[in-house]
Design a protein around this ligand. Structure first.
Ligand code: PEP
Ligand code: MN
Length: 264
């Protein structure tokens, strides 16, 4: 169902407020790794509105390596994200990790994110396949493109056709970046599937100093959008402190990406 051979035209996802993904305009998804507080979330929301961003991310259920690390604010985090987004005219995207949370999350998220660690969680994929809500599916940490495409097929086979794919880097032997951004995934996914394809420059690289060229490369390769993490004070962030942009850095990043002429 997700294959280009079964459906020739590009899928365009229409979000509330006529924001489209996969259509003529590029999408910038920005926001903190985790929702930490009302103030932190509202500070980012205000900056994003000012920059002209339409979709804010913020994790509430965090898939952390250690069980002793900050696990996210859960439903309270989703409420904080929704309120900040409403006040600043933004849409929301947040990761859901448990099928039991899907129903309740529908009031708070405009896009459900399936995280890299859950790309192979087939029961979760089936569950989000049964709701009428766009889904952003992240590529697994070590997933082949064929496995990634099949994960999207799990969702679509249950009836939900509103799926966006996002390359977020894969594990390789390279240590210079947190993961290896597989830029070739973009044209391959665009060729093989009719779904919008985004690139998460933050989690793929884990380094702030190369985000601009990586975002340009993603757009030049045909990506429909970019995801990037932004925090008012990254040094104090409760997750991914080393890789989030502060607000000035984000504004510079977004301006440079737009100035490249690759951001439609
Ligand atoms: C995230 O985007 O919040 C995240 C945890 O990323 P990933 O699932 O790609 O590791
Ligand atoms: Mn993160």
């Amino acid at each position: 169902l997700v294959a280009r051979k079964s459906h020739k035209e590009d899928t365009v996802i229409v979000l509330p407020g006529d924001v489209t993904v996969g259509g003529p305009s590029s999408l910038m998804v920005a926001g903190p790794c985790s929702v930490e507080s009302e103030l932190q979330t509202r500070t980012v929301a205000a900056a994003l509105q000012k920059a002209g961003v339409r979709v804010m991310r913020g994790g509430a259920f965090k898939p952390r390596t250690s069980p002793y690390d900050f696990q996210g604010l859960g439903m309270d985090g989703l409420r904080i994200l929704r309120e900040a987004a409403n006040d600043y005219g933004l849409l929301t995207i947040s990761e859901i990790v448990d099928p039991r949370h899907i129903e309740e999350s529908l009031d708070y998220v405009d896009i459900i994110q399936i995280g890299a660690r859950n790309m192979h969680n087939f029961e979760l994929l089936k569950a989000v396949g049964e709701v009428n809500k766009p889904v952003l599916l992240k590529r697994g940490l070590a997933a082949t493109l064929d496995e990634f495409i099949h994960a999207a097929e799990y969702i679509m086979s249950r009836g939900n056709t509103q799926i966006m794919l996002i390359e977020r880097g894969i594990r390789t032997y390279e240590k210079a970046t947190r993961n290896t951004l597989d830029i070739s995934a973009v044209p391959i996914l665009k060729q093989e599937c009719h779904l919008p394809v985004l690139v998460d420059v933050t989690h793929s690289t884990g380094r702030k100093d190369i985000l601009i060229p990586c975002a340009k490369a993603a757009l030049a390769a045909g990506a429909d959008g970019i995801m990037v993490e932004v925090h008012p004070d990254p040094a104090t962030a409760l997750s991914d402190a080393a890789q989030q942009l502060n607000i000035d850095e984000f504004n510079n990043f977004f301006n440079e990406v737009k100035a490249s002429g690759l951001y439609r």
